[in-house]
Design a protein around this ligand. Structure first.
Ligand code: UGA
Length: 433
């Protein structure tokens, strides 16, 4: 089948490359000239394990190409995916749909023959209806169905998530469009991925409800972690103890510095706004948003406590900057709030991250970047693990201790064991125990 991705950002690129890998012919379109130029040379603008290889293989086989010419790509397409950004609109937190609607107009003008237009971007309930209205207004004769097909890709694990999804959600009441979309995803039948077909509005809400639930689950365990610290319990055991109950499940119960990234913070906020627009409040989600915002900065207090009550003029070594491992994404990363709070308290911050330092420089001031964990630990009063990169899981503890000024470790991801750390001579501060 001939597929077009409008928007060659994270979602468009990963989905386009994986669809090409399934054997479809895919053109990824973008309006940013430098991006398309770079992609044509096989240069990938984001860090995502395995993506570069898939892009290269499928470009070589001729199934994947990149273009700025939306009209010509769409005119040949069976299915056009809209995978443009939907950032939080400045001021009110609503998802900004300007790019989605602009794409809809252009698609309506360019489409020839029966074309399925699919919103893959995360869009508020009712956006598909508006896209359909735009299409009908711009080109009343167009033979187009508009389908919602949200993505559930995690950064850092996106290829695996795409190829082995828990489910595929298709929001449409058109049987013709459903058949086309089933054909698009047919290669996944082998993996027996369940396909849920529902109304378009329901599909749009599934995406937000899913992310909001996961954000709430993380927030729940973070709140329990705080309680564990007060009552002398261990959150990791509590998480295990409740996670073994199949009704709860063991995923997304890792206590930490709060969720970040380009999805949970934006989508929870957008859901709150949608509810407000309909004269109701989603109080659980509102509480989640507010708890998480406060938590990130509050993590700095742990560091202050580990430094005997003051970080003024002390050197603090931050291990990990990105919002999670295996990405170079710094959006809404807890490290940003933590570092800001430490600097506000007079700390001198040094940091190391395997992939995120380039992006971090756009967000942070006065941070000294190092070459390795040991480099930044040199003379440090405390080492703070903010992101759980694999490379931080087996640090050479004697070496670390020998270079630090004061052997304090604040492990915000609980990747080390308190007893082992204490045996190695460190003062160890985890989360929730
Ligand atoms: C999230 C969802 O997991 C995807 O299913 C969804 O498709 C995506 O948003 C999206 O809407 O595009 P992502 O933001 O890449 O994916 O990252 P997650 O792995 O979900 O992690 C989000 C944040 O939660 C990170 O800051 C992570 O450190 C934190 N987290 C996650 C925890 O603190 N504890 C956990 O147990 C799990």
């Amino acid at each position: 089948m001939r597929l077009v991705m409008i928007g060659s950002g994270y979602v468009g690129l990963v989905s386009g490359a994986c669809f090409a890998d399934f054997g479809h012919d895919v053109i990824c379109v973008d309006i940013v000239e430098e991006k398309i130029k770079a992609l044509k040379q096989g240069i990938i603008p984001i860090f995502e394990p395995g993506l570069s290889e898939i892009v290269q293989t499928n470009m070589n086989s001729g199934r994947l190409s990149f273009s700025m010419d939306l009209a010509s790509a769409v005119s040949e397409a069976d299915v056009v995916f809209v995978a443009v950004g939907t950032p939080s609109r400045r001021g009110d937190g609503h998802a900004d749909l300007a790019y989605v609607y602009a794409a809809a107009e252009e698609i309506a003008r360019a489409a020839k023959g029966y074309t399925v237009v699919v919103t893959k971007s995360t869009v508020p309930v009712g956006t598909g209806d508006e896209v359909e209205r735009i299409v009908r207004r711009v080109n009343p004769d167009a033979d187009i169905d508009v389908v919602s097909n949200p993505e559930f890709l995690r950064e850092g694990a996106a290829i695996a998530d795409f190829k082995r999804p828990d489910r595929i959600v298709l929001g449409t009441s058109s049987e013709r469009a459903t058949e086309v979309m089933r054909a698009v995803y047919r290669p996944l039948y082998l993996n027996e991925a369940p396909i849920l077909v529902c109304e378009r509005r329901t599909s749009e809400l599934i995406k937000y409800a899913g992310n909001a639930f996961l954000a709430m689950k993380i927030t729940f365990i973070n709140e329990i972690a705080d309680l564990c610290e007060k009552v002398g319990a261990d959150v990791q055991k509590v998480a295990k103890g409740i996670g073994l109950d199949k009704r709860i499940g063991d995923k997304f119960l890792h206590a930490g510095p709060g969720y970040g990234g380009s999805c949970f913070p934006k989508d929870t906020l957008a859901l709150v706004k949608t509810a407000q627009d309909h004269d109701m409040s989603v109080s659980l989600i509102e509480a989640t948003v507010s708890f998480n915002d406060k938590r990130k900065r509050a993590m700095a207090r742990k560091v202050v406590a580990a430094c005997d009550g003051s970080v003024r003029d002390k050197k603090i070594a931050i291990l990990g900057l990105t919002f999670k491992p295996n990405t170079d994404d710094m959006r809404e990363a807890p490290s940003l709030s933590i570092i800001q709070a430490l600097q506000d308290n007079g700390a001198i911050v040094h940091a190391f991250d395997p992939e995120g330092m380039g992006a971090a420089k756009h967000y942070l001031n006065d941070v000294v970047y190092g070459e390795s964990p040991y480099d930044i630990a040199e003379g440090a009063d405390a080492l703070v693990i903010v992101t759980e990169w694999d490379a931080f899981r087996a640090l050479d503890l004697p070496r670390l201790k020998s270079v630090m000024h004061s052997a304090a470790i604040v492990d915000l991801r609980n990747i080390y064991n308190r007893v082992e750390m204490q045996k190695a001579g460190f003062r160890y501060y985890g989360v929730g125990s």
